[in-house]
Design a protein around this ligand. Structure first.
Ligand code: 0O2
Length: 220
């Protein structure tokens, strides 16, 4: 379990709400309570990111952030991921091992902006970065490109503060277009797609990357 300024995270504070060794039961009161905490964390972080977006637009006349999407992972998706990771299907294992139950996607126009946004997020008071994955400079084999951060967001309730993990994905409009298409075609599909199509997708990812680089140069 992670420590934050000498404080145990997440689970300990959330223990007051339900018994954490219990098996996950979707759509029960306990499950909904946990999901509400994740929703609160998204709300907290989204507000802060929206403020940065507005600040850049109004004070610097610059569209640093094109738009922001948020989502709570579907219960079925959570359970599938837990099974894949070999976790026991308890709330404790879910909170400890599934980092992207709460997700925020920040979409920008230029590749350089991804790192500007990352640096601004790092400076938000109270937010702690737990892990980062740079699929922008190191795309996945599939061609997937994006900057990932797992951050801890403090959610202050009347009797306690709960530190909740949120996954942030930062990517350009072009990367987002590719990822959405590939997600639909392949990533979450039960059926395998042909090797030819997979290769084609990797090629399109390279074209998207090229486009992002050219637009960045043109802009500079
Ligand atoms: P969904 O449906 O988007 O929620 P870890 O969290 O480190 O234990 P994980 O989750 O594999 O392991 O980490 P990673 O690589 O950071 O991927 C997390 C998310 O990134 C995925 O969540 C996808 O949203 C996205 N992603 C990663 N690889 C690909 C890819 O090849 N193509 C597309 N389109 N998206 C990708 P989920 O839960 O897998 O799916």
């Amino acid at each position: 379990m992670k420590k934050n300024k000498g404080k145990e995270l997440g689970i300990v504070e959330m223990k007051n709400f339900l018994s954490y060794d219990e098996k996950i039961e979707e759509k029960t009161n306990g499950f909904n309570k946990i999901m509400t905490i994740y929703e609160m964390a998204i709300q907290e972080l989204e507000t802060k990111i929206n403020i940065l977006q507005k600040e850049y637009k109004v004070f610097y006349n610059y569209d640093l952030i094109d738009h922001v999407n948020t989502r709570i992972k579907q219960p079925e998706s959570i359970l599938n991921k837990m099974k894949k990771k070999g976790c026991e299907l308890t709330y404790k294992e879910m909170i400890e091992n599934i980092n992207d139950i709460a997700g925020i996607r920040v979409i920008c126009q230029l590749k350089d902006d991804i790192f500007e946004i990352r640096n601004l997020i790092e400076k938000i008071p109270g937010i702690t970065i737990e892990t980062e994955k740079d699929y922008v400079n190191h795309p996945k084999e599939s061609g997937y490109s994006s900057y990932h951060m797992i951050v801890e967001v403090p959610v202050t309730l009347s009797k306690q503060t709960i530190y909740v993990k949120v996954e942030i994905q930062i990517r350009t409009l072009a990367m987002d277009f590719w990822a959405s298409l590939e997600h639909k075609m392949k990533y979450k599909s039960d059926k395998e797609i042909s090797k030819k199509k997979s290769k084609e997708l990797v090629n399109y990812a390279k074209i998207v990357n090229n486009l992002d680089n050219k637009i960045m140069l043109m802009n500079n």
